[in-house]
Design a protein around this ligand. Structure first.
Ligand code: GDP
Ligand code: MG
Length: 165
């Protein structure tokens, strides 16, 4: 039996970039374009293999409040082993916001937190306004929660980068 390691993962990013949709696609392999937006916090988990001996039990926190109430965010990312900062490739402002989240995490979060940047909604590439981002040395993926493009790659690569204690 592989050894299972539990890690807290948080999602950050502007409202409507697709954070909840990314998590739903990853955990349930579903996409619901009419789903109402997140109220409060949602918590989902999924186990992903890391190697022959280890697997990661990802405890994924998806909240709504962090978008509007900036003061809530530090409470939310406290003790997180990893963070996924999401923007929408059709919304330039969401990319600017994502960059400021990355800076905040690098300054304020647990040292060693693994950060991934995700440019979501690649299925809307005809409306793209953000070019394939320079990855700032972070893990970087362009994803689509709608089609499932790169979603498992994002979470699996993230899990593999988290140091095993
Ligand atoms: P959140 O506020 O960041 O959690 O965003 P949601 O997951 O609630 O998604 C906001 C809106 O964008 C919803 O209407 C989703 O159906 C839509 N959406 C999310 N991901 C994608 C995607 O990859 N492609 C497209 N076309 N729409 C998406
Ligand atoms: Mg949401």
């Amino acid at each position: 039996m592989p050894k299972q390691h539990t890690f807290k993962v948080v999602l950050l990013g502007e409202s409507a970039v697709g954070k909840s949709s990314l998590v739903t696609r990853f955990v349930r392999d579903q996409f619901d374009p009419y789903k109402e937006s997140t109220i409060g916090a949602a918590f989902l988990m999924k186990v992903v293999p890391i190697d022959n001996e280890n697997s990661a039990n990802l405890h994924i926190w998806d909240t709504a409040g962090q978008e509007r109430y900036k003061s809530l965010a530090p409470m939310y990312y406290r003790n997180a082993a990893a963070a996924i900062v999401v923007y929408d490739i059709t919304q330039a402002a969401s990319f600017e916001r994502a960059k400021s989240w990355v800076k905040e995490l690098q300054r304020q979060a647990e040292p060693g937190i693994v950060i991934a940047l995700a440019g979501n909604k690649t299925d809307l590439s005809d409306r793209r306004t953000v070019e394939y981002a320079q990855s700032f040395g972070l893990l970087f993926f362009e994803t689509s929660a709608k089609t499932g493009d790169q979603i498992s790659g994002l979470f699996t690569e993230l899990a593999k980068k988290i140091p095993i204690a």
